[in-house]
Write a protein that binds this ligand. Structure first.
Ligand code: ATP
Ligand code: MG
Length: 419
């Protein structure tokens, strides 16, 4: 029986075997409760991928995304990788703790609880909130207002581009960037708004938005997001604090937008140098290949409407293979994720789905020859956490899978009121 390694093409299989893969689970053979675990399923970590992780509430999406992060960390090639988790719910900090509560299950898989050296980053202005709530973090990050385009502000503030406010915003940003490049602060923007001749009503409305943006606690004179791409590291970008404000998803999207743009730019530069190195037989990569794992991805890259992160993420999806960036997008409803992202997924892990529109969306991205089998595969899945289907574009196959238990603690579990 050939080894199952999803996402890996024939050429890599022949040349590298299982080097640069991770173990994510076991192939499920048989139907429903009769199903038993068979071959180990390996997962390619060495090449860029776009992966979708789907499933109804509580079926294991966040858990599985943590498993992928663990494998990226433990990989024999982890020094050539860097992993970023965008964590809107603030649940991934617990990867720093070993999964002591699942010792017995782990033993069945020949695994042991293990803690991971994850770095949890929070917005610089939010340290008080984290400390008050005794939530652990390792470091802070900041963004530079001058790196945002007028378009991105407009999307973040949800204002109409052709409204007076939209026009004023465009003008201010265009003036400031001519004068200062990207070296300006929110106070400069506010000053600039006052200087332009618009009605006071329009000016004040916009100034209010920028004053609110100051309270997000993310802006500073310099961006400090380059640390997220440190070689071999797992960075958890905890953006859960924005859950309490109404524009929460916009702020989170702005962060992802800047991050995605910056990483792609850097990887494209690095790729050029790596290409030259390769010609001269120098083996090390200039900058690690970056994996970005986004939980609740439909909020950043929705099927309907647009967020500041939409275009940057679609660029990753479209051209990310060449510079070497990978994206893992987890969402309850694939139908709510942007169709271009959906159609570009080369690996899908789908936990249980029941809504017709979501199964249809999944069917859409599959090759026609697999499509009519989909319903059957879904119905045959045992009703257990962590079971799902892997759709692998490389081998053009579907594998029912039992995802492995986590080595590190998963904090996203379902609470109960029994005790
Ligand atoms: N592979 C697995 N092995 C064992 N238990 C699992 C596995 N996957 C998930 N579970 C269990 O299912 C619970 C829910 O998983 P998870 O938090 O990943 O759900 P989710 O799909 O992200 O849900 P939501 O849509 O609400 O975010 C976990 O707390 C865990 O107990
Ligand atoms: Mg989840």
């Amino acid at each position: 029986m050939p080894k199952i390694s999803v996402g890996r093409d024939q050429e890599d299989r022949e040349e590298h075997g299982l080097k640069g893969t991770g173990v994510i689970g076991k192939h499920l053979v048989g139907e429903k409760e009769e199903a038993h675990k068979a071959n180990t399923i390996h997962f390619d970590l060495a090449r860029p991928h776009v992966m979708g992780v789907f499933g109804k509430r509580g079926t294991g999406k966040s858990y599985s995304m943590g498993t992928i992060a663990e494998e990226l960390q433990n990989a024999d090639i982890s020094d050539n990788l860097s992993t970023i988790i965008i964590d809107p719910m603030g649940i991934y900090w617990s990867m720093k703790r070993p999964n002591e509560r699942s010792i017995t299950v782990l033993e069945e898989w020949d695994l042991k609880p293990e803690n991971f050296d994850a770095k949890v980053y929070i917005p610089e202005g939010k340290t008080d909130e984290f400390e008050q709530k005794e939530m652990p973090y390792d470091d802070t990050f900041t963004l530079k207002p001058g790196e945002l385009s007028a378009q991105e502000w407009i999307m973040a503030f949800n204002i109409d581009i052709s409204s007076e406010r939209g026009i004023l915003l465009e003008r201010v940003i265009s003036r400031l960037s001519k004068e200062y490049g990207s070296d300006y602060r929110i106070d400069h923007i506010i000053e600039g708004i006052r200087k332009l001749e618009f009605s006071e009503d329009v000016q004040e409305g916009l100034i209010n938005r920028f004053n609110a943006a100051k309270d997000w606690g993310v802006f500073s004179d310099e961006s400090s997001i380059e640390k997220f791409t440190t070689r071999g590291e797992l960075s958890i970008v905890d953006v859960s604090v924005f859950g309490e404000i109404s524009s929460g998803w916009s702020v989170r999207s702005l962060i992802v937008a800047l991050l995605a743009k910056r990483i792609l730019r850097e990887r494209m530069k690095a790729r050029r140098i790596e290409e030259i190195d390769e010609m001269q037989n120098i083996a090390e990569n200039e900058m690690p290949i970056t994996w970005m794992l986004i939980d609740e991805a439909h909020e950043f890259l929705p099927a309907e409407g647009k967020t500041p992160a939409s275009d940057p993420l679609l660029r990753w999806v479209k051209i990310g293979r060449e510079p070497g960036v990978s994206l893992v997008l987890a969402t309850q409803q694939p139908a709510k994720l942007h169709p271009n992202a959906l159609s570009q997924c080369d690996i899908v892990l789908s936990h249980r789905l029941t809504a017709k529109q979501d199964i249809d969306a999944l069917g859409e991205i599959m090759q026609t020859y697999m499509r009519h089998d989909l319903r059957h595969y879904i119905d045959a899945l045992p009703d257990k956490p962590g079971t799902g289907l892997i759709l692998d574009d490389n081998s053009e196959r579907i594998y029912p899978i039992q995802m492995r238990p986590r080595k590190s603690w998963h904090a996203g579990g379902t609470p109960d009121a029994f005790d």
